[in-house]
Structures are given as C-alpha cells and as structure tokens.
Design a protein around this ligand. Sequence first.
Ligand SMILES: [Zn+2]
Length: 512
Amino acid sequence: MISVRLSFVAVMTMAIAGCAAGDHTGPVAAKPATVNALIIANLTGTAGVALPSAPTFTVADAAGNSLSGIAVTVTVTAGGGALAGSPTTSAKGATPVGTWTLGKTAGLNTITVTVAGLTPVDIMATGTAGAPAALTVSSGNNQSAFAGTSLALPAVLKVADQFGNAVATSSVVFTVSAGGGSLSGSRTVVADANGSVTAPLWKLGNLAIPQALSAASGVLSVSVLAAVATSFYPSLRFFGPPVDPSIQDSFTRAVQRAQGMITGALELIDVRNLDVAANCGVTGIAPLTETVSDVIIFATVKPIDGVGKILGSSGPCYIRNPSNLPVVGVMTFDVADFQGLVNDGRLDEVVLHEMQHVFGFGTLWSRFGLIVNAATPLTAYTGMQGILGCQASGGGAGICLPAIPLENLGGSGTRDGHWRRAIFGNELMTGFVGPVGFQMPLSAMTIGALGDMGYIVNTSVNDSFTTGSALALSLQQLRSAQGLDPSEMSDLPLPPVATISRSGKITRIQKQ
Ligand SMILES: [Zn+2]
C-alpha cells in the first residue's frame, strides 16, 4: 500500500508541473523579439557596494508587449562585480536584475542580459570611490637632507577608500611632528581628482634627530619620515660622578646640533693605550685602544671654583697630525654653576658653546694661523669662511674685514678665543654667558670658523643673528643692571696636549 501511494503522488506532481510549463505562453506562444534595458541615466554607485536599487529589463514581442517566463541569463561581464538573486526567467513588465554589487575598482561595470536568439543587452553602472579609508605616502618618504635644508622632493600622499580607489577633495592638514623642522606655504592641501596630495615644502630641523611630518584627514593620519644627512659621529662619554639624565640630554642635543653643523667624517685613526687619565684629566677611564672615527668627547660635572667665575673648561686634548683636528676632547663643568644654568634655561647653550672649544674654536686657531695681533687689544680672526659668515650676519666692512675682532678682555682663556662681546653681543661664542632670558644664537660666523679649520660644514643651520653694536651695548647695560661682574661666568678653553699621527705616533705639544 505504501508503495502505491508514493507512485500516485509522484505522477500527480509530474502532471501539475507539465500543466504549469504549458500555461504561461498560452495556446499561441508569443515569440520574444527584443530585450530592453530600462536604463537609469548615469547609473552610479559606490565601488564594492551593492546598488541600492536593481536596474531592470524587459523581454518583449514584436508588438512591444512584455513577455514573462522567457528564459534569461544575467551575468557580470565587466567591472568585476557580483550578482545575487538574478532572474532565470523574465517577469511581466520590468524584471529586476537582482542585487548587483559593483566591482571594488572604481570605473565602468557591466552586466549582460541574454535571451536565446536575441541580441544581448548590456546594463552599465559607474562605480565611484567610497568614503576615505586610507591615507598613504605615495612618494617622497624616507628622504634625507642636511639639517636646516629642505627636502629635494615634496612628499606626495594619496587619499583612498577601503579598496584603494582615489578619493578627491579630502583636506589633508600637515604638521611637523618630530625634528623641529618647518613648513612653508599652506599646511592644508586638498586632494586632487586622483586623490593625490602634495605636501608643503619641508625644511628639516637643526639637530641630527629623526624628522617626521604628520598628515591628517579626518580620523586618518600618516607620518612622512626623513633623516638629517651627516657623516660626523662624535662619541660622547661621561666620566666622574654620575650625571643626571636630564643634564646628559643637554650634551646629547649639543652633539646632535654639531652633527647638523659638521657633516663630513674626520679621518679614521687607530689609538693604542692612549692614556686619557694622565694626559687629559679623564680620571677613572682606562687607556683607549680603538679606532676613532671622528672625535671622542669626554664630559664631567665636578667642583671647580664655586658659584660664578669659571663655569667650565673644555678643549681638544689629542689632535690628529697632520690635520690638527681633534681625536679626544674633554668638557669639564663646575657643579656649583650647573644647577643654576639648568634652572635658568641656559644649559643647552653653555654645553654647545663648550663643545665648540673641543672642536677647536679658539683652542686650535693659532695652529691654523687664524689669529692676528693675539694678546693685544687688536686681536682678530682672519679665517675667510668666518669672515663670510660675519658678513652674512650683517657685519659691514668695518666689523668683518679685514679680520673679525676677538675678545680682548677677561682671562687668558676668554681673550683671543671668542668673538668680541662688545661687538657681537649675545652670539653663542662670545666669551661670557649671556644674560638670562636672552638667546645665544649660533651664527653663520661660528659655523664658518669650523669650516676654516677644515671641517666640512653645513651653513644652513645657523641661528638668526644680526651683528649690531647697539644690541651688544644694551646687553652690557643689562648686565650692569643685574649687578654682575663682567668677568663672571666665563670659561677656560684648553689647548691640545699632543698630536697623534696616522701611524699612531704621539708627539707632545710644547706649551707656549
Ligand atoms: Zn668659551
């Protein structure tokens, strides 16, 4: 019994199916003659996203009557999109194509409706970029340039949607986020039709530290990185009592500034059993046996002479023969003066000043023949790069030429080893620490003086400084008002003690 009933049901189902198949075309089947896309003009949608409403088509006979039940195939034929729920037969009237998700790449998308025996018809839609979802650097990342100079090429960024399609008209705001550089021109740039954004001209900072430019657009952001070019790598080493990390930072910044200013490497030199404790006062440090690539700078903070007067001493200890440039230098600071300099914000400048003496400023000039009339009121500096820097700082012929006036006051270390304060006022390398609240700019003249000794220098990192006796005068008056003795807070540049030849031969320098 069970098998009979099953057969009956099966036969009935087949009969119903047969009836249904014959009904829709009627007794006289209309023949499909055309397939028409019911185009919506300029059909557009977001790339990678389904169109909000499905386009439609009709299948019609020769008289234009739409026909239902005609077998159709609808397929994606361009643009890489996808169809879901597409029909297999025509409907009476407009037949939706199903859910059409456009391809992920912005541009033309096509689906094709095919009916056997008829010319297929295309339905087209243009996919456009979606909302901004990515901000990337297309070019110009990780360039390098000398400190204080602009990168050769501007960075170019791209604003894109989640599939990488360019998004136009987004505003991108640029900010220097590391390295202390600066931007010129508008910091807000609008993406062009290609989603492309060209960053403003970026001048790197003065220190040899990592440089970064932040670009932001809405919630999106990206960093453009750059490096300061230099081949000068002084080795900074502390000795003696532990030095507070915040104070060490001032030394580190001075080295970074020096790297921005001096860009060429010094000659490699091998040293063996170099006794820096006995000859340079670097107590507690074992004799050095190593290859020195540029210069080793030892630094310490210890008691010297109490508050005021000598705040520190510094200079090259061993120098190269024949170049006369330093191998080992020492900076010694008076602990009694140090905390005051930390507190009043002058420590960075004082450390930077003393480091110039290690490089040879004022301490190696006589070896290079850069001084005339030493130890007289007419003591002056004759190096041509220094003179050019003096002129660049606004000094006229009477100041910079024929030679730059050097300090003719103060102690033996102050005289002949610094620019004359009465003329150059607050410049970093005058012989007395500037008053609190006044910057001590590092001028093109000071950088030029390094160049005169044979350093390869970058003249783009000088601070803004204008030579003017009126400023010097005002500073002197200020010092008087503060009740400071002009001889206070000066330093003691030290000359070298020995030369080292390429073969390692050490020759002591006779004291003059
Ligand atoms: Zn000095």
